[in-house]
Design a protein around this ligand. Structure first.
Ligand code: ATP
Ligand code: MG
Length: 570
């Protein structure tokens, strides 16, 4: 492509609305333009990167034995009603009616569509296993669309659905996707890890998220410093400290006027926050639920929601509800004499001795409280793991890091096949529900994540495999006939070899052109300048500062070497 013919619109200034590097650079490099909140138009260079990522995904999915489909984004409501998700999806789902008043949605995901397809097409165990995928546009009316295409309202997803006879089959299908995802994100040159994810409410038996390490990530991941344990903090657990139970002391009610928060209590009682247990009161689908965790801990709402059977709405109780449950103002809740539908007690609390809790009486706390002797509840793991906690596998300290979820693999089991009647006939002619898995990759988000990990102050540093163009040929002075002719010759030769190459034939100062090439992030730059009279051109990689002087006869060979080093065909 000749740049003089391309609608290229790079921006020098950092657009005010963009907070993170990838969003800024996608706008500045002219990859995307905003059309409305969370809705973007991809420009030519953006499209090329998307397609490159899509193709990596497609190749690895095909290699793993999956078959490509393409479903419509427009999905009739009845499929969602059958699965029971029409009412559950809430306002994230974009709903609409056709001219006859029939309900539809723009698919946020396609489990229902593929389960429907499977129940119509799959008859016998002989057809199994199957893995069907598509690379297709999804719609989600996100509560907080942000960071450009990282979290947008329309995005391209690769979604795949596997169908097996039984759980053993599902395990194999799942592992194949696990391996394919590792290959895909490695080929995208991402530093990532597959972490255990919560699968509670979706009703599956296993799930992993592919997380790209990044400070701007919305997810927090617990990594073990000693072994390979890694889990989303929504799901992560830790090994409990060994504590020796003290001798139980007599329960004592103490006046603590105006002492409500853990910090205030720590000062008042002059002790550590680990000596307290806090009682948090929530409203969960209309019920009042209290959860106790140690004073230094935060509560893990995902774990609580799972413990309550995957409830949809968990919110902190308002003052009135707290007053009803505790007969006290906010800040004095405790387990003794509490009026709630359910009391969940974190396992750590049950191992504490002689601790302090609110007394359900404004201005009072109890000290020397002990689980079982003074109260009981449903014991479980309800806490958020924290930096320094012990790994559940090996006991080494846990580190917490941020990550961006680019992919998600999930064992669904028979949740959809049972609710939608997707069955097959087994070896004995008996009807059985298909055992399913689902597997997603956000294509646009992956592109943004690659930029997050590959950029510098001058722009994007595309890994070769996904770069929109691999080479840019730059005549330093387009008015110089020899420079122009010989640059064009290199460009033509590369094109005949099938290389994605740009010729910057714009009549601009070379400094401006270098800036654009760096911003757009083309991995290889060939400059044809004054020394062309001595048959010498400059070869430079975007990722470093070195400029190699190469004989013009050897430049294509030098580029080929770079391709081969990056395992790309030339
Ligand atoms: P998140 O927790 O970030 O909202 P999710 O759990 O809703 O993600 P899935 O339903 O598992 O995501 O979708 C599969 C993949 O689609 C995700 O791993 C992510 O890469 C991508 N994705 C999800 N929502 C968006 C979005 N709003 N914009 C861009 N990509 C998205
Ligand atoms: Mg989401």
């Amino acid at each position: 492509m000749k740049l003089s013919k391309m609608l290229i619109s790079t921006l020098r200034e950092v657009p005010g609305e963009a907070e993170i590097a990838s969003h800024q650079l996608m706008l500045r490099a002219g990859m995307i333009r905003k059309s409305a909140t969370g809705i973007y138009t991809f420009m030519p260079n953006g499209v090329r990167v998307l397609k490159n990522v899509e193709n990596i995904v497609r190749e690895e999915m095909d290699r793993a034995g999956a078959q490509e489909f393409l479903a419509s984004a427009l999905i009739p409501a009845n499929l969602w009603q059958e699965s029971g998700r029409w009412d559950v999806m809430g306002s994230e789902m974009i709903r609409l009616k056709d001219r006859n008043g029939r309900d539809f949605c723009l698919g946020p995901t396609h489990e229902e569509v593929f389960t429907d397809l499977a129940r119509n097409e799959i008859k016998s165990y002989k057809q199994l296993p199957l893995n069907l995928y598509q690379i297709q546009t999804k719609y989600r009316d996100e509560r907080r669309p942000r960071f450009g295409v990282m979290r947008s309202r329309e995005f391209i997803m690769k979604d795949a659905y596997s169908f097996d006879k039984d759980n053993e089959g599902l395990d194999i299908s799942y592992m194949k996707m696990y391996e394919a995802y590792n290959k895909i994100f490695t080929r995208c040159d991402l530093e990532f890890s597959a972490v255990e994810a919560d699968s509670g409410a979706m009703g599956g038996s296993g799930s992993a998220e592919f997380m790209v390490k990044s400070d701007i990530g919305e997810d927090e991941i617990a990594f073990c410093t000693g072994c390979n344990y890694a889990a989303n903090t929504e799901k992560a657990t830790s090994k409990l400290e060994d504590v020796e139970k003290e001798e139980e002391k007599e329960l004592n009610k103490i006046a603590t006027p105006d002492v409500r928060t853990i910090e205030e209590l720590v000062t008042f009682f002059n002790t550590s926050n680990k000596k307290f247990a806090k009682t948090l009161i929530y409203k969960a689908d209309g019920k009042v639920v209290a959860v106790m965790v140690r004073g230094d801990r935060s509560l893990n709402e995902t774990k609580v929601s799972n413990a309550l059977g995957g409830i949809m709405e968990l919110e902190m109780a308002d003052a009135e509800t707290v007053l009803k449950a505790t007969s006290a103002e906010i800040g004095f809740a405790g387990p003794i004499g509490l009026q709630v539908d359910t009391l969940l007690v974190d396992e750590e609390v049950t191992r504490m001795s002689n601790f302090i809790v609110g007394a359900n009486d404004t201005g009072y706390h109890y000290e020397n409280v002990n689980y079982e002797r003074d109260f009981d509840g449903i014991v479980g793991d309800y806490k958020l793991v924290a930096e320094g906690d012990m790994c559940p596998k090996c006991g080494s300290p846990i580190n917490i890091r941020r990550g961006v979820e680019v992919g998600h693999i999930f064992k669904l089991g028979t949740k959809y096949s049972e609710s939608m009647g997707a069955n097959y006939l087994d070896e004995n002619g008996k009807e059985k529900p298909l055992v399913m898995g689902c597997y997603g990759i956000g294509i646009n988000r992956t592109v943004a994540a690659i930029i997050e990990q590959h950029h510098d102050e001058n722009g994007i540093l595309w890994p070769m495999a996904v770069a929109p163009y691999k080479v840019i040929v730059m005549p330093a002075n387009v008015k110089n006939e020899e420079q122009m002719n010989r640059a064009e010759k290199i460009y033509e030769e590369l094109k005949t070899r099938g290389v994605d190459v740009l010729l910057d034939d714009r009549n601009e100062r070379v400094g401006v052109k270098f800036k654009d090439a760096d911003l757009i992030g083309i991995p290889i730059r060939v400059t044809v300048g004054k020394k062309v009279v001595e048959d010498i051109v400059e070869f430079k990689l975007r990722k470093n500062q070195d400029i190699e002087e190469v004989n013009i006869e050897d430049v294509v060979g030098r580029i080929e070497k770079e391709f081969l080093e990056n395992s790309l065909k030339f």
